[in-house]
Write a protein of this length. Structure first.
Length: 681
């Protein structure tokens, strides 16, 4: 193998990082994304990197993408037929009993991913033990097939979701209809709940299965098109895709389980942040990835990334899959500034994206964006954007800001400063909420900022939160693509079976865990992992009578009554940490068991290049520090900064993929790994 190549496709830019396995040479490239056909942006980024077809043919390729996430958010997925146990057709529409706004009489529930007219009740029924109450007959299967065929003549249905009651206990009925569907509709993508989400809680299981079916046709087209495009460039071997949980999976399995890569794009940057935290000895980090469309926030506490099994497409539409706990807000470089009817300034969530992009791109965009504001303030260079590959038009940014400012009675500079302030406060508020809800003090964390726009705003955000340290890693603009090269292969399996601590049968638990561990290992082996994987186990538990459970990590071992007692104590401690009290002595319910097989991959040994050990005299540029204060700040090129270099703020550090704005009363020192370590007064 010659190179390991990571490509991250975002809403505005497509980023590439390649590392030579032998020399440690690092190659980066960044080009505008092409939302109408993402494959074009990927291939253009490869061409821009100047990696030869010969080297590409000897390379390993790992990909991260937000294409499926955007498909869900923008509601541009497939038309689905839902097959569900008769009498339960209204589950996707009733949803939950709670409301987003308790006292808003105008609020409406989110629209499901499937239409009511496309939902068909199937005469079958299992009880909670998995025993047959109403058997699924061949006659009923034929009725369902006829119904789908008749609909296909009139309407263009693209996928089918199957979710029968208690199929997570006994999947026989779902397997029966799946076999017949594959015979009669061999090209139709089908999602079945016992494979996608074998969990209890009917609404969450239905919602997750629908999400999988909704993006399945797009996932199939996307992977097939990208595979053809890569083959044309000479890369014909196996390649991988980043999963929402921070692991990677073989690209060939993505069309079968696309729900696993919904958070593929943002996960790479969090993985890379954890890696740099371990290298530099910083164990508590808040990560902020500010790209062109959005800003993604995650937490790393004691070197461990906070994870979840429940994220929402929008409020009330859950997807239950293992994922890194990432919060996203509409605050990217392309986020648009606008004024509401009451005269209040907003920034985002609307974004100019890459087509047409900010006004200063001169591609037809006319609305003011964060990029326009930073350019007008002098924080961005008009002739060094993307390392000089793309010229920004200051006059167009001023024109857009002038129109915005007129609505608020402000001049263009005041409007630009107001936009930056609003965006910074939005990001700081997200971090504040995320840390405090987890019982953590943001002042005890360091902020690691990346993405094309993250380093521009990092110091201001950290100061609002009382943080004292900001870290800017090497190549921050393509940092998420670097994270793709650091990820391990990973397969997650879940077994849902309810047990009570006072009546459970330990031998059944050991047999069930053994089964899902073997299933996870075999899937990992099928994806090409040759070695013995690392196994991680957890149990989801609650006190009898509670409605929600806590996930407890447990050792990979054969369980005994003694070892289970130790696990119960871990549960009580987590219960106390989460809710403020423990209920020792009460019966505990064990709801589900989770197994993760992790195939540890070789991490690239890359090196940071510097121009020279000599101090290079910086250029200067006028930068607005306030509406009535402009100063000539030194402009440093990052490649000229060597380990031990020190800079007193205010100053600006430029590099081809990003720009760092060093605020007043701050001090920067470059560490031995090339990280910009910024101390704030």
């Amino acid at each position: 193998m010659d190179l390991r190549i990571g490509i991250d496709t975002g809403g505005t830019f497509t980023d590439l990082v390649a590392v030579d396995e032998i020399t440690g040479e690092i190659i980066t490239s960044k080009m505008p994304s092409t939302p109408s056909d993402p494959i074009i942006g990927i291939l253009e980024t490869i061409h821009s990197s100047e990696i030869t077809p010969e080297r590409l043919a000897r390379s390993q390729f790992i990909h991260g993408t937000t294409v499926l996430t955007n498909c869900l958010i923008e509601r541009k997925g497939a038309r689905i037929n839902l097959l569900i146990t008769k009498g339960f057709q209204d589950i996707p529409y009733i949803q939950r009993i709670n409301r987003k706004f308790h006292y808003d009489l105008q609020w409406e529930k989110p629209i499901p991913l499937v239409r009511r007219r496309d939902t068909l009740g199937v005469a079958e029924r299992l009880n909670y033990k998995g025993e047959k109450v109403i058997p699924l007959t061949q006659a009923e299967i034929e009725r369902v097939i006829r119904h789908l065929k008749q609909k296909a003549k009139k309407e263009n249905s693209e996928a089918v979701a199957v979710c029968f009651l208690f199929s997570y206990v006994n999947a026989e009925h779902e397997k029966m209809i799946l076999r017949e569907m594959k015979k009669r509709f061999p090209e139709m993508p089908i999602s079945v709940s016992h494979r996608v989400a074998p969990i209890w809680r009917e609404y969450e299981r239905v919602s997750t299965t629908l999400a999988d079916a909704y993006v399945k046709p797009l996932a199939r087209r996307y992977i097939n098109n990208l595979e053809r495009g890569l083959a044309e460039q000479g890369l014909v071997g196996k390649w991988s895709v980043m999963k929402s949980n921070g692991g990677i999976m073989d690209a060939g399995t993505v069309p079968d389980y696309p729900v696993n890569i919904l958070l593929s794009g943002p996960a790479g940057g969090v993985i890379a942040s954890q890696h740099y935290g371990q290298m530099t000895g910083v164990s508590d980090l808040v990560t902020i990835d500010m790209g062109g469309t959005s800003a993604d926030v995650a937490l790393i506490s004691n070197c461990q990334i906070l994870t979840t099994t429940d994220f929402e497409i929008e409020w009330g539409l859950p997807v239950i899959v293992p994922a890194l706990e990432i919060s996203t807000i509409g605050a990217g470089g392309g986020s648009i500034g606008w004024v509401d009817k009451g005269g209040l300034l907003h920034v985002g969530p609307q974004s100019a994206g890459s087509e047409p992009g900010p006004a200063c791109y001169d591609r037809g965009g006319s609305m003011p964006t964060i990029t326009d504001a930073n350019l007008a303030l002098g924080r961005l260079s008009s002739d060094y954007f993307l390392g000089g590959k793309m010229e920004l038009k200051v006059e167009l940014a001023w024109k857009a800001l002038e129109i915005l400012g007129h609505k608020m009675g402000l001049n263009p500079i005041e409007a630009a400063l107001a936009m930056v302030e609003v965006a910074d406060e939005n990001m700081a508020s997200t971090i504040r909420l995320k840390t405090i809800q987890a019982g953590l003090d943001p002042r005890k964390f360091s902020l690691i900022a990346f993405g094309g726009a993250g380093p521009l705003h990092a110091c201001s955000i950290a100061r609002k939160l009382g943080m004292r340290c900001v870290m800017i890693p090497p190549h921050p603009g393509v940092f998420s693509a670097l994270g793709l090269l650091l990820a391990d292969l990973r397969v997650d399996k879940v077994w849902t079976k309810a047990y009570r601590s006072d009546t459970l049968r330990i031998e059944e638990i050991n047999e069930g865990l053994k089964s899902i561990k073997e299933l996870a290992r075999s899937e990992l082996k099928a994806q090409g992992y040759p070695g013995d994987p690392l196994m991680k186990l957890s149990m989801s538990m609650r006190v009898l009578g509670q409605n929600y459970e806590l996930e407890i990590e447990v050792p990979d071992q054969v369980f005994t009554q003694e070892s289970l007692e130790k696990i119960y104590e871990l549960f009580h401690k987590k219960h106390e940490d989460t809710y403020g009290y423990a209920m020792r002595g009460e019966v505990i319910e064990l709801i589900s068991f989770n197994a993760s097989a992790i195939g540890v991959t070789k991490k690239p040994a890359y090196k940071v290049e510097h121009e020279s050990a000599k101090q290079v005299l910086p250029e200067t540029r006028d930068v607005y520090l306030a509406k009535d204060r402009k100063a000539g700040l030194p402009i440093f090129k990052r490649e000229a900064l060597t380990p031990g270099s020190r800079i007193q703020g205010p100053a600006i550090i430029e590099e081809p993929d990003s720009t760092t704005f060093l605020v007043e009363d701050s001090f920067l020192e470059v560490d031995r790994f090339g990280v910009l370590m910024i101390s704030l007064a």
